[in-house]
Design a protein around this ligand. Structure first.
Ligand code: NDP
Length: 318
């Protein structure tokens, strides 16, 4: 495994991180989830992502991840959670108010079975809460030692800029992590989010680097999704379907040719492509089986030269 600094913070995270959305506490059996986390840890992954809403009910994925990580020394891994999305029907069961953030962090700590999380993310921007209220609540949680670092996920660029400016003005702890989607099919962060975050010392922990499995080559044009895959699982298939267009599947066929010429697999190519940017701190994968993690981590040893990157650009533009 290789490690990078999380933005300009001093903490180092593995280039490949493991998340639990749509898998642990949802469709993956607990034993299998624990086997995946063990495999990841044994391969040097030290960065594990979760959220209060992951799992079949709120905090379900956190319970599984907490149990899976329990055997390992707490200081040896970076554990994250998030809040924003609704966890109930109450008017305060959502958003980024001080009330909701504090009560959700408490519940997350209990579900994970830990005294602190390393990174707390604001899962989306909340237009119904004054930004200063959110930033002060996070700052207090950091001061109390319940969270060590903070970040945001998929905030619009101008709101990231406003948050960074306010934290500076008010002398609050600064954001160190941004968690947006980034893969060969979705590159929106390249234009505004990355330059802004680079300047502010915020690292990118990018989710769905394999486009939810489409960039592994297992989905083929005109064929049914393989049994057991996300696209063949009723509970979760709607999320991956957005990537399963004929155009993307045609690109995947050509990208597989590039991977083959390099003697690597398509997921390794897709992850090495994400990691080509120094602004990326971790590529945040999901895995339903330990073998997927074994295959994917090999991407950290793949260097893509200019001619390969140009070939990929040409395919992505086609
Ligand atoms: P990926 O793009 O890495 O897709 C992961 C899925 O692809 C796996 O669950 C598996 O699905 C399949 N897969 C992975 N490796 C292989 C392989 N080598 N061969 C075949 N299939 C493979 O990421 P996700 O979209 O799952 O997101 C990763 C993490 O990012 C989440 O767990 C979560 O922590 C975070 N996230 C954050 C969001 C946010 O709003 N902040 C939103 C979405 C995700 P299967 O075997 O079931 O087909």
């Amino acid at each position: 495994m290789k490690y990078r600094r999380l933005g300009k913070s001093g903490v180092k995270v593995s280039e490949i991180a493991l998340g639990s959305w749509l898998t642990y506490g949802t469709v993956t059996e607990k034993e299998q989830a624990i086997a995946c986390v063990k495999q990841a840890y044994d391969l040097g992954i030290n960065h594990f992502d979760c959220a209060n809403v992951y799992g079949s009910v709120p905090h379900a994925a956190e319970e599984v991840l907490g149990e899976a990580l329990a055997p390992y020394p707490r200081e040896s891994y970076i554990l994250t959670t998030k809040a924003f999305w609704p966890v109930g029907d109450g008017v305060n069961d959502r958003g980024l108010s001080r009330k909701h953030i504090v009560s959700e962090v408490e519940k997350s700590l209990r579900a994970l079975g830990v005294d602190y999380v390393d990174i707390f993310y604001c899962h989306r921007y909340d237009p119904e809460t004054d930004l200063e209220e959110t930033l002060r609540a996070i700052d207090d949680l950091i001061t109390q030692g319940k969270i060590l670092y903070a970040g945001f996920s998929e905030w619009p660029a101008h709101k990231i800029a406003e948050g960074v400016r306010l934290q500076k003005e008010l002398g609050l702890h600064k954001f160190v992590a941004s968690q947006p989607v980034y893969n060969m099919f979705n590159r929106y962060i390249e234009s505004a989010v990355i330059p802004l975050c680079d300047e502010a010392g915020i690292g990118q922990v990018v989710f769905s680097p394999l486009a939810q499995g489409v960039l592994t080559g297992k989905y083929k044009r005109g064929q049914q999704a393989p049994a057991g895959s996300r696209a063949a699982t009723d509970q979760v298939k709607k999320f991956v379907e957005r990537y399963l267009t004929d155009e993307n599947l045609a690109r995947v066929e050509r990208l597989e040719g590039v991977a083959k010429e390099l003697g690597i697999t398509l997921p390794q190519l897709a992850l090495a492509w994400v990691l080509r940017l120094p602004s990326i701190s971790s590529a945040l994968i999901g895995a339903s089986r330990p073998e997927q993690i074994v295959e994917n981590v090999k991407a950290v040893d793949v260097e893509l030269d200019e001619s390969v990157l140009e070939k990929i650009e040409e395919i992505l533009k086609s």
